[in-house]
Design a protein around this ligand. Structure first.
Ligand code: BV8
Length: 246
């Protein structure tokens, strides 16, 4: 459904747009989602690989999980898709400003050209040292034997990602962005994981129109002012064209 039919939702040209993305926007680039039938959580349990307790209990297992995903992300056939590129175009051309808040830990938004980007669940291509808190770009496998480039101590490096039970990043900044947004857009997320799944309610509390773009209605679909369903590489470029009055 063209955005022009969503009159009344289009923000005024000077108003900022906040866009939440999830694993669905990277699916057509070849990266697995989490909760689809063939998703990551159908192969491994959250409790075994995506909590701090799992990391303490069996660091080798958790490192192997993230090493495999890091290697996958770095393979040449994994590239940003038309949806990532459309959001970068919107940021370049929308005068009021666009901020992408992604739950994804891949780097496809950056590689598509998005500049105003918040990785609220961290980044797969970074590691952090539990001894000295330093954060480093990282494209190799990680293990307990690897020494921190800053403090030179071993057994302290972990993926720079937010596990379940850990506080997502930049939450205050995200809340401030949501309070000023003229439009809240959610793309490719099942609306299962909080606090990200609660952003649409924050938008509603501020009287901000919200649109969900997803392959199918998410858990929170009824909370959105409007929904557009279909594959991201088709519906996101069309939505951006409508927003820009193409
Ligand atoms: C925290 C990083 C507290 C690691 C991830 C209420 C309030 C607060 C917390 C909770 C709460 N209730 C429960 C909790 C706890 C928990 C939670 O939400 N649990 C859920 C399971 C119920 N939340 C937390 O633990 C969070 N932390 O609350 O801390 C705190 C407070 C104070 C002080 C300290 C701590 C932390 C959550 C972050 C966890 N880390 N990822 C990694 O990636 O390995 S979350 C994980 O799920 C993923 O990383 C992803 O980011 C996230 C969401 O998944 P989606 O992106 O939505 O992916 P999914 O597969 O689910 O859906 C894909 C969608 O795409 C589908 O709808 C599909 O239809 C669609 N799709 C598919 N193909 C396409 C498509 N769409 C378009 N086109 C296509 N082609």
């Amino acid at each position: 459904m063209p955005f022009s039919s969503l009159e009344g939702l289009r923000p005024r040209p000077g108003q900022p747009i906040v866009i939440l993305t999830g694993a669905g926007i990277s699916k057509e680039s070849g990266l697995d989602t989490f909760r689809d039938a063939d998703g990551i959580w159908s192969k491994v349990r959250i409790e075994d690989v995506a909590t701090y307790e799992a990391f303490v209990r069996n660091p080798k297992r958790v490192h192997a999980f993230y090493n495999e995903r890091r290697r996958g992300l770095l393979s040449p056939n994994i590239q940003p898709n038309a949806a990532h590129r459309a959001l970068a175009r919107l940021e370049r051309e929308w005068e009021g400003g666009v901020t992408v808040v992604t739950q994804n830990i891949d780097d496809l938004h950056e590689r598509a050209g998005t500049k105003a980007l918040i990785h609220m669940h961290g980044e797969l291509l970074k590691v952090e040292c539990e001894h000295c808190r330093a954060v480093h770009e990282w494209r190799e496998d990680l293990s307990r034997d690897v020494r921190c480039p800053d403090c030179s101590r071993a057994a302290g490096l972990r993926p720079h990602v937010v596990w379940f039970g850990e506080m997502p990043m930049e939450m205050e900044r995200i809340s401030a962005l949501l309070s000023e947004a003229g439009l809240f857009v959610s793309i490719g997320t099942s609306g299962n994981v909080y606090p990200a799944a609660g952003f649409v309610s924050e938008a509603r509390a501020h009287g901000t129109p919200s649109v969900e773009l997803n392959l199918e209605p998410s858990e929170g679909a009824s909370l959105f002012t409007h929904a557009i369903n279909g594959p991201a590489t088709q519906i996101v470029p069309a939505f951006v064209d409508d927003l820009l009055g193409r």
